[in-house]
Structures are given as structure tokens and as C-alpha cells.
Design a protein around this ligand. Sequence first.
Ligand SMILES: Nc1ncnc2c1ncn2[C@@H]1O[C@H](COP(=O)(O)OP(=O)(O)OP(=O)(O)O)[C@@H](O)[C@H]1O
Ligand SMILES: [Mg+2]
Length: 256
Amino acid sequence: MAHVIAVAGKGGVGKTTLCGLLIQYLCDKRKTPVLAVDADANSNLNEVLGVDVEMTLGEIREDVERSADGSTSKIPAGMSKADYMEMMVNRCLIEDDDFDMLVMGRTQGKGCYCFVNGLLQAQLAKLTPNYPYMVVDNEAGMEHISRGILPKVDTIILVSDCSRRGVQAVGRIKELIKECDLRPTSIGLIINRAPEGKLNQGTMEEVEKQGLDLLGVIPQDEAVYEYDCDGKPIVQLPKDSPVRKALYEILDKLNF
Ligand SMILES: Nc1ncnc2c1ncn2[C@@H]1O[C@H](COP(=O)(O)OP(=O)(O)OP(=O)(O)O)[C@@H](O)[C@H]1O
Ligand SMILES: [Mg+2]
């Protein structure tokens, strides 16, 4: 079964950036193929990785849900919903050299998606054994994980900026993880965008108060911001970029 790593944290702290670099790390270490899953409704992990998305699972979920209420559907006559889901999940899979990627996307309909989500969950469960690692970029609520659409998580990497409030926010996410009974093997915290890669005392105190396991600190790096503004994939950052180096050192300690 794939080792599932989920990245979570409040908005704009650098989850997607670090997720992209984590996928690159696993590819560099030949832990391939990696399954990258973008589980944020505002998906943009593909931009960090430099791949194009043609179709999201949200669109498929909507198709199947629509067919259930008798509206026009794209499901070919005579095909079961489960078979259609299987065919479409495979079509949604973006294949790159060392990783494949799925985008959860979002659904706009008001219907109940429980049935559709169940089909999707079954398909994903069939797919994941093909990969030694699966990396999931989440939004703060971790909807797809907490609803069980995505499989059980082994490692959760919480990301925060270097503010006290940022650390309090990941403290709440940690509580949510407990409430949802996710039971990961490990939960660690990475502080991102710290000036000169240093944490100040107040933030450090908050990390301890929240009972978080600090894995490491990543510096603020203007190059990351510039790549972002120029629409250049972050994974094209030079090997000696401070952000990449800092993250790789942290990941080395996690023994993936
Ligand atoms: N270490 C860093 N140094 C400088 N800029 C950074 C760093 N990490 C991330 N950024 C920038 O911060 C912004 C937000 O990053 P990113 O999109 O990865 O955050 P996010 O947590 O995924 O956001 P969202 O909650 O919207 O999904 C981007 O412009 C990114 O380039
Ligand atoms: Mg993001």
C-alpha cells in the first residue's frame, strides 16, 4: 500500500510550494512512481510541478451525480456508474515521467455526493497500491481526507508561517485530525518563510505550547516568489536554492 503523506495548514503559508518540492524530493530519491493528489478546491499544484490539467475528478463526480437525478448525463448507455467512474479516473490521471497526478477539483451541484464519493473512494483504493508514495496537497479542512474519499494518511506535514497566529492555526488543525480519528503514524510541523531561516522566541514558545513536533524551518526566499510571479514551476529552482536545501535536509531526517 502507498505511504500517504498529507500536507496541510492555513491559507497561503506555502503548502503547495512545499508539496511540489516534496514530490520532487521523492522522485530524486527514486521512490517512484509518486501519486500526487491536489485535494484543494482551488487547485494549483500542477503549476508548481509544471504540468497541465485537462479534467478534474470534481467534474466526473458531478456527471455521475447528475445521472442519478435523471438529468442528462455523459455516461454511455449500458455502462454502470462504477465502470464509468473507473474509466474516467484513469482518464483524469496525468502521467509525467516520475509521478502521476490527480486533481480532486470541486463540485458545484447541490446534490448529495455520498454515493459518488463512495465510487470514487473505491477507485482510488484500487489505484493507490500501484505507488510507493502518495502526496496530498490539502486545504485547511482536509475535506477529502476527513470524509474518507482519500485513503488513510500515514504522515501529516503541517505547514505554518512564522507567526504565532499561524502556529495556533496548525494547532487547531492538529485537534481536527484527532477529532476525525485520522490516526496518522506521525504529525510534524514545518515553519515556512522565516526571515533568514530563523524562528523567533515567541513563535518557538507557541510551537511548544501547542505540543507540535517541529521538523524544521524554511527560509523566506525571494526566488520562490519571483518564480511564482513569472509562472515558472517551483520544481525548476536550482538545486542549491535555500528553500530546496532546507526542505531536503528536513525530509532526509524523516527517512521516507
Ligand atoms: N519559502 C518561501 N519564500 C518565499 N515565498 C514563498 C515561500 N514559500 C511560499 N512562498 C510564496 O507564498 C505564496 C503562497 O504559497 P503557496 O501557494 O504554496 O501557499 P498555499 O499554502 O498552498 O496557499 P493556499 O492556501 O492558497 O493553497 C506563493 O506566492 C509562494 O510563491
Ligand atoms: Mg495551495
